[in-house]
Design a protein around this ligand. Structure first.
Ligand code: ATP
Ligand code: MG
Length: 139
């Protein structure tokens, strides 16, 4: 996968609160092109694998429970400097610390339920993108 791609999920809180359209609008207005997208729900096994790096963290159980609690939107996004620029667009993990105008500041309520996911490296963007999409689903 190209290094100008990142992977995102609109998390169950933002879906339940009706923010899919507004978040996609922010993403595309910031210059990201959607090259793959699906509306889906993570199984327990999916969430445990996807967030496997956090397995030993105290919040792991809560995180998995939340991420499987409802539907999500998963997408691969393309833009120059995608990973870093997307992390800037979503803001800090804890919405209380997120800058004004960021997606988490606008749409998230807590550190646990923080509206969106964004890959933290090119390597993880590729791993996470192929976790959710086959080559035939990426355009
Ligand atoms: P994400 O990977 O979802 O984009 P992030 O990279 O900003 O978020 P990580 O450190 O990777 O943050 O944590 C993954 C997710 O775990 C966070 O988005 C959040 O939902 C949850 N999380 C992180 N820290 C805490 C915490 N202290 N308490 C509860 N949940 C947490
Ligand atoms: Mg992360």
């Amino acid at each position: 996968m190209s290094t100008n791609r990142t992977f995102t999920m609109i998390k169950p809180d933002a879906v339940k609160n009706g923010h899919i359209g507004a978040i996609l609008e922010k993403i595309t207005a910031a210059g990201f092109k959607i090259v793959a997208m699906k509306y889906t729900q993570l199984s327990l096994r999916d969430a445990q694998e996807f967030y496997g790096v956090h397995r030993e963290r105290p919040f792991f159980g809560e995180l998995v429970e939340f991420m499987t609690s409802g539907t999500i939107v998963a997408a691969i996004l393309e833009k120059e400097n995608a990973v870093e620029d997307f992390r800037a667009l979503i803001g800090a993990t804890n919405p209380a610390d997120a800058a004004e105008g960021t997606i988490r500041k606008m749409f998230a309520n807590s550190i646990g339920e923080n509206a969106v996911h964004g890959s933290d490296s090119d390597e993880n963007a590729a791993i996470e993108g192929s976790f959710h999409f086959s080559g035939r689903e990426i355009y």
